[in-house]
Write a protein that binds this ligand. Sequence first.
Ligand code: NDP
Length: 248
Amino acid sequence: MSGQRLKGKVAIVTGASRGIGAAVAEHLAREGASVVVNYVDSADKAKAVVKRIEAAGNRAVAIQADVGKAADVQRLFDESIKQFGKVDILVNNAGIPLYKMVAEITEKEFDQILATNVKGVFLTCKQAARCMPDDGRIVNVSSSVTGLMLSTYVAYAATKGAVEQMTRHLAHELGRRGITVNTVSPGPTDTELFGEGKTEAHKQEFSRMAALGRLGEPTDIADVVTFLVTDDARWITGQNIRVNGGFI
Ligand code: NDP
């Protein structure tokens, strides 16, 4: 699906150098948005996403920032506004995994995952609340694992539970300004994050858990995020949309 439903809009997509974030950035650009492709380490991959967007005739810029650091997030918003004049859309996609039994998780690892997955969403939403014009859009990416019970997911699921709660309460805080805040919760999606530490057999097991019998592709998720940031979704806020092929 593509058109010009986001013409004149400016979007920041965090963690857009690869995986789901890269697909979201490209989908939003295809709809006419100017897109900030955020990354933390993968400068070359982020630049490649920008190149693909520009080759299709749309506007994008890559901006490095660690979403878990307040000064970086401030700079991300300042540079985005300098580049494109405003921020209408924020997609909080950046996230890291941690698949370990609770007894094996170190304090450092727990702090790390909280910093990126929770503090990162808090910091960007705080900036968005300050500068986003009326009728803006925020989409926070959680995970379908918040509806399951799975060994080795305790820390990761805790961070995503926090993301879902922030969405609900932010939706209320920002609603009077016409800003919608929603969560998109993918199921197993074929990216580096999902593949980490998994054998092919393990991946197949996850595929079979979905009613539709396969892993998700980043584009499956990006289509739904794109819908939520268009005017077509103006009456949807505070919701958690599970995009998972019937995984749960
Ligand atoms: P990937 O590992 O493929 O990509 C992660 C992205 O996040 C990269 O662009 C990475 O940048 C960026 N990133 C990581 N840490 C930071 C940080 N501190 N600051 C800024 N950017 C950062 O992940 P996916 O595409 O699989 O996942 C995207 C989102 O979807 C995550 O929130 C994840 O939890 C969620 N999700 C994924 C599922 C899946 O099965 N894939 C299932 C459910 C939810 P860089 O390249 O520079 O490191």
